[in-house]
Design a protein around this ligand. Structure first.
Ligand SMILES: [Zn+2]
Ligand SMILES: [Zn+2]
Ligand SMILES: [Zn+2]
Ligand SMILES: [Zn+2]
Length: 414
């Protein structure tokens, strides 16, 4: 199954795509976390959180929970409650599966709480109930649906995605159908926009929990790792995202994944570095990802996404002139290839106007251009992505800030 399709799984700045095989990329970046030799995400001692490689530590013989050594294992058994949990973990399918199930339940609760106000008095469009019959979870909605459309239970969304994808596998549908169906793990089937915030994170855990038990080279399992990493990053759990994306990158290299897939994962990882404020490191990685995608895929969505990510970390480093130059070069191409209202094009314009306004060397014309751009782009984002979407919110805030900056600049020029 290694050569199977590669759907979009979403990245922090954006959406991203995935697997296929080819030679590994030889670059090596520091690997602060994540198991370097397996696709596991539980890489720490369950008691003291010491980082464990594949060969380090000790596994519980029954449930595979991992420890740095006998002392922690004994303590976990005697005082940490493992004597009571061990069998349950084994029954659930081992430590990794048990963790995924637990994290999933927690993430669903967080998502339902966050959506409680918005979903009051509504019902699930899949099961038609307000409260889920089995899990008792509440409703969510963090996409571009409006009015009474799009309310659902995370469990119902996950069940739907799982069934749709299983059907595609059974009937051996082509790559395109596989891609489309897998996208149910991160995009709404009604408005077709990606979920954001904590709902995306809950779906990421749902996806990982569904496929974690498969062989690591399995296509769906590999993608579920991307879905989880992106979900964690989008919900701002950056340290956790780092650990998952790092493990994913090592796994792809080891499996000899296609360079495009490796670049996408590197891009996602670099985005997480940027979110953690490590802009130097992030921008070096982003630059390589961008030039790699440009060479491999040319005028492709992944290339535009990489350009956005690179420009974003340049702004983080206050290298505004370079960020502007890159965006000026790519914007007309993205408009032509993706269209004016594609979220990647919208984000490109957002980054461009931020670079215009933030540059200390900005002229009055630059600030005017930023305001003019945002006046056009902000309403498009609200319409396409929904007013609740983070990018729509960021555009609105930046628009207000730019207007203020323009008013100040005009006042002081008099
Ligand atoms: Zn330990
Ligand atoms: Zn155990
Ligand atoms: Zn439901
Ligand atoms: Zn929707």
């Amino acid at each position: 199954m290694l050569g199977r399709a590669r759907p979009s799984c979403g990245s922090r700045e954006t959406e991203q795509r995935q697997p296929q095989q080819s030679n590994c990329n030889k670059q090596s970046y520091p690997t602060p976390s994540g198991c370097p030799t397996c696709g596991m995400i539980l890489t720490k001692c369950a008691v003291c959180a010491t980082e464990l490689g594949l060969t380090l530590g000790k596994k519980c013989g029954r449930c595979s929970t991992r420890y740095c050594g006998a002392a922690c294992q004994v303590q976990h058994w005697k005082e940490g409650g493992h004597d009571k949990l061990c069998k349950a973990i084994k029954r659930a399918g081992g430590a990794e599966q048990y963790n995924a199930n637990k994290k999933y339940a927690e993430a669903v609760a967080v998502a339902a709480t966050a959506c409680a106000e918005d979903t009051k008095g509504q019902t699930c469009y899949i099961c038609t109930q307000a409260v889920h019959w089995k899990t008792k979870e509440g409703l969510v909605r963090m996409c571009a649906c409006r009015g009474t459309a799009g309310f659902a239970h995370v469990s119902c969304l996950a069940e739907q995605a799982k069934i749709l994808y299983a059907e595609a596998e059974e009937n051996n549908l082509g790559d395109k159908a596989m891609n489309e169906r897998f996208s149910r793990w991160h995009a709404c089937s009604l408005c077709e926009q990606d979920y954001h915030g904590v709902v995306r994170c809950a779906l990421g855990w749902a996806c990982w929990k569904t496929y974690v038990g498969r062989q690591e080279a399995n296509w769906a399992r590999r993608l579920s790792m991307t879905a989880l990493g992106n979900g964690l990053a989008i919900a701002k759990h950056h340290e956790d995202a780092l650990s998952v994306q790092d493990a994913e990158l090592s796994m792809l290299r080891r499996l000899g994944a296609r360079e495009e897939s490796i670049l996408v994962t590197q891009g996602n990882l670099a985005g997480t570095y940027a979110s953690l404020g490590r802009y130097e490191h992030a921008s070096r990685m982003q630059r390589e990802v961008y030039s790699g995608q440009l060479k491999l895929q040319g005028e492709h969505r992944d290339t535009f996404i990489a350009a956005n990510n690179y420009a974003g970390s340049l702004i983080g480093l206050q290298r505004y002139a370079e960020a502007k130059l890159l965006m000026r070069k790519m914007l007309p191409v993205a408009r032509r290839v993706l269209g004016e209202s594609h979220d990647t094009t919208l984000r490109m314009q957002y980054i461009y106007s931020v670079a215009l306004r933030k540059d200390p060397a900005a002229t009055l014309e630059d600030v005017c251009e930023a305001v003019a751009t945002l006046e056009v782009v902000a309403p498009i984002a609200r319409r396409v992505l929904g007013a609740e979407h983070p990018l729509a919110g960021e555009l609105e805030t930046t628009k207000q800030e730019s207007r203020t900056a323009l008013a100040n600049a005009l006042a002081s020029s008099k």
